[in-house]
Ligand binder design. Sequence first.
Ligand code: ACO
Length: 332
Amino acid sequence: MAYAAFRSIGAYAPSKVLSNDDLAKMVDTSDEWITKRTGIKERRIAANDEFTSDMGMKAAEKAIERSGLDKSEIDMVICATISPDYFCMPSTATIISTKLGLGNVTAFDISAACTGFVYILSIAKAFIESGMKKNVLIIGAEKLSAITDYTDRATCILFGDGAGAAIISATDNKDEAIIDIHTGADGQFADLLMSPNGGSGSFHDTLEQEATSCFMQMKGNETFKVAVKTLTKDVVEILKENNIQSSDIKHFVPHQANLRIIKAVGDALKLEDEQVVLTVEKYGNTSGASIPMAINDIYESGRLQAGELMLLDAFGGGLTWGSALVPFSPLK
Ligand code: ACO
């Protein structure tokens, strides 16, 4: 049987910085409020002519280069995004694979909001273990600024743009394989976090409605409570099922939505501060891109070494959630 190994990571963040002080000039908020309630100090914003696929491509280029693979060895590309270049078609994964010059590959997008990266990791693992694919490029890429209402202080302070990518490859060596992945969803909570217009579930009476059709809306406080409960339950279960202690985790890489949510889950697992990976302060919430951007952060700062165990944990619109036990297994 083939196993799936997490071989490499890459990420890209646009250069334009949007600070809390910048936002305080746009809506009724303050650096103090945002910092205290979310832990976010700034986020990155893509240029007008910089699309989700452009950021995804740049992250993917790094992941491919670091994997030691030739582009021709990649046989599948999956992109997790809620801010695709085009809402219906073509998929952003298709555009990225063409921009990378990958030729004939299987390519598609999935929509699981902030849990997107854990979902595409599970899909890559399943395709590899079934023997259908050998080297899968997975990408979380978001231009959330394109679907953010910058007159709504409850959401516009949270979100930013960016992309992260990883190569997942087949291996015979069980010791370097992804250990386990959990994914879940419950549509009962769909209205907590959604883009209510713009799809076949809505219609537009006015041009104004159409123009704002994809903006995200969130019941933040209710989402917060469900997030803490669900994330904690999910990580406790995945550790228990795999007989792994919190102390065995080298890097806890949670979805970077809110420092208070991350701290609550970290405390529940009794994790030390150095085990918890944090990028929320500088990138805000980049949805499907947030976990791979955070993994890239510890990789580029030299904190992620071969063989170290990561625990990924995510939660997002849908509602969706997921967790994964992933050793970092670069080719030697
Ligand atoms: N600046 C100043 N005041 C604000 C702001 C702001 N930007 N936003 C809200 N307020 C006010 C509210 O109006 C409210 O005022 P009131 O008490 O007079 O009514 C007060 O602050 C408290 O508002 P809450 O919404 O209760 O604030 P909370 O502490 O819950 O923080 C936040 C809001 C940061 C959004 C938090 O609820 C949160 O992080 N929620 C979870 C987000 C999340 O994890 N989403 C899932 C992933 S995202 C995805 O899938 C795309």
